[in-house]
Design a binder for this molecule. Structure first.
Ligand code: FAD
Length: 564
């Protein structure tokens, strides 16, 4: 059902071979090429080797930042309030620790080349993720308004769903130059990408996702039922109607770059990636002896939660931990959700321009909830003798659960059901409920869709549930801009290039997926971490290698335009 896989070949003439990458139209900088370049990411003057740089947050962004700073000869000092991994958090079921559940990021588009640079470097295995109607999914059920449709492949769905997909395809082609943009992304034609995107931005910044589809000729002609079904079933990863109030620009960034397509999971859990970055000892570092890793530089554990960031009289930045320890740095990178800079961390106001504070405060986060149970085996593959169909399928529904995913590691082993993965209003419905109450309601919904299938009898152990908005170290799942937020995003993203800032506001860098243009995708956590590395290196007097210009070197040429 993804628009990308359904596009006829003639819509991408002559470019079928080149893959789509997450070359973001706001800043189409090829981070994958930059990372793969044999010259590396830059140099710092040898007299600065060993200089400490504070990195706040040991999620993916903080660890990419710290890992690359270490390779360049600096000494990252990582602070973490909770676990190494952040929103790449994998929980184990206590009675079978090898059986895992990814509570945050769980499916990673192959177009996210910077993310996979690290997956490959660290030798992690990946597998196809069982999305609705994906090749790795043996069957999918779409249940809307009490009517159930079973399909092993998209072709088996009723004509109505094909009309919905066609209306969406036409809407993005007519209103957002979809096929031209994908062609330019395949060709890495940055001037064409910029030309297309810079033309669309002023028209679309103030449009919601819903407003965009409702105004499109194709959905107007198709009628409300098609819009409604599109919201329920969406594209690629399932229902998107909880995204309807968000800016259409957010959705376009996802579909242009195939971020909704060809997802893979990290075998053993997504947290293995940040953990591997923490433990890995890279070869050929500028300063540190072989065998040095982030873990060894920190004697095994990051420093604690940060409580305040301020400017010392010396000009250095002072970082104080919640339990009182204080240290001074010439440069600090913050990678936690940026709301935390005004809510949980006392950040001296004068460290950022007031327009940047406005951008931080206006950030809009999605809520998200997931509930998993472990079952004795992947019983859903049993065939119902009456219908000849699998007894339970990957399910999209307009009931409370919204989306149920089935994850197994082969027959005769415990398996996992992600009973419900929800966003926004749908996630808030779970927020006040205990894990047990959540599971009961979810099973009740599934009983209506699969009468007679006794899911509960297969459950073993305790359920695992999360509501990211309830965790004080996150306060939300991931950012999603509302209409009119482009200016804020542009300020946040470009802040790492600080040549126009006064001295008193330099040296503190923002990174993390909410600073990126593709929040909610780990690729943005990686790429903003690389921006911060460039910022720190330049701030301290280092530079990119001439043959491998970095993101800050090309920001003026390729960067997001100003709408003012
Ligand atoms: C429900 C959900 C589903 C997702 N699904 C996907 C997906 O399928 N595919 C995908 O690509 N991406 C997905 N994402 C996004 C992905 O998880 C993120 O992009 C990525 O993990 C963000 O990494 P980060 O380092 O930017 O931030 P974080 O992981 O949030 O790291 C920031 C760290 O800062 C720490 N911190 C907070 N306060 C302090 C403090 N005071 N002092 C020190 N440390 C502090 C936090 O504990 C945290 O560890 C999902 C996210 C969520 C929540």
């Amino acid at each position: 059902m993804t628009i990308a896989t359904e596009l006829p070949a003639e819509l991408a003439p002559g470019t079928a071979e080149a893959p789509i990458t997450m070359l973001n139209p706001d800043f189409p900088f090829s981070y994958d090429h930059y990372l793969a370049h044999p010259d590396g990411l830059g140099t710092v003057p040898p007299e600065l080797y060993g200089t400490e740089v504070a990195v706040i947050g040991a999620g993916l962004s903080g660890l990419v930042t710290a890992y690359e700073l270490m390779k360049l000869g600096l000494k990252p000092v990582v602070y973490e309030a909770d676990q190494v991994g952040g929103r790449l958090r994998t929980a184990s079921f206590p009675s079978a620790p090898g059986v895992v559940a990814d509570l945050g990021g769980m499916r990673f588009p192959v177009s996210g080349k910077a993310f996979y640079h690290y997956v490959d470097l660290l030798g992690l295995d990946t597998q196809d993720f069982p999305n609705p109607l994906a090749p790795a999914t043996s069957s999918t059920v779409i249940e809307l308004a009490g009517k159930k449709h079973y399909a092993a492949t998209p072709d088996e769905l009723p004509e109505f769903f094909h009309e919905v997909a066609a209306a969406w395809k036409a809407a993005v082609n007519d209103g957002a130059a979809f096929s031209e943009m994908q062609e330019a992304i395949r060709a890495r034609d940055t001037s064409r990408i910029k030309e297309l995107w810079n033309g669309l931005l002023p028209q679309l910044d103030e449009q919601t996702f819903y407003g965009f589809i409702a105004a499109s000729t194709s959905f107007k002609e198709a009628g409300f039922a098609h819009r409604e079904a599109f919201g329920q079933v969406g594209f690629g990863t399932g229902g998107w109607d909880t995204d309807f109030p968000n800016s259409i620009l957010e959705i376009l960034r996802v579909v242009y770059t195939d971020a909704d397509d060809q997802h893979r999971l990290v075998t053993g859990g997504a947290q293995r990636l940040p953990e591997a970055l923490w433990n890995h000892a890279p070869s050929g570092m500028a300063h540190w002896p072989g065998g040095t890793s982030l873990a060894s530089l920190h004697s095994g554990s990051p420093r604690g939660a940060v409580d305040s960031i301020s400017r010392a009289g010396s000009g250095d930045l002072l970082v104080r931990e919640r339990w009182g320890r204080e240290a001074a740095y010439r440069a600090v990178v913050t990678t936690c959700q940026s709301w935390l800079l005004s809510t949980r961390i006392h950040t001296e106001e004068s460290l950022f321009p007031s327009e940047l504070w406005t951008a931080i405060e206006r950030s809009h986060y999605m809520q998200s909830s997931k509930t998993f149970v472990m079952v004795d085996r992947p019983f859903w593959k049993d065939i119902d003798p009456e219908t000849g169909r699998e007894v339970l399928s990957m399910t999209l529904t307009d009931r409370l659960n919204r989306a149920t995913y089935l994850l197994d590691d082969g027959p005769d082993k415990p398996a996992v059901i992600l009973l419900s993965y929800t966003w926004n209003d749908d996630a808030l419905k779970w927020l006040a409920l205990s894990a047990e109450e959540r599971v009961k309601l979810m099973l009740h919904s599934l009983e209506q869709i699969y009468p007679g299938v006794d899911i509960a009898s297969h459950i073993v152990g305790q359920p695992i549930t999360v509501s990211w908005e309830a965790d004080p170290n996150f306060m939300g799942a991931f950012k999603a801009n509302l209409p009119g937020h482009y200016r804020y995003q542009q300020r946040l993203f470009t802040h790492f290039k600080q040549d126009k800032l006064p001295e008193s506001q330099r040296g503190i860098f923002l990174a993390g997926d909410d600073v990126s243009f593709t929040a909610g995708w780990a690729e943005g956590a990686v790429t903003t971490g690389l921006n911060a590395v460039w910022g720190v290196v330049n701030h301290l007097g280092g530079a990119s290698r001439p043959g491998n210009p970095g993101p800050g070197d090309l920001l003026d040429e390729l960067g997001p335009i100003s709408l003012d």
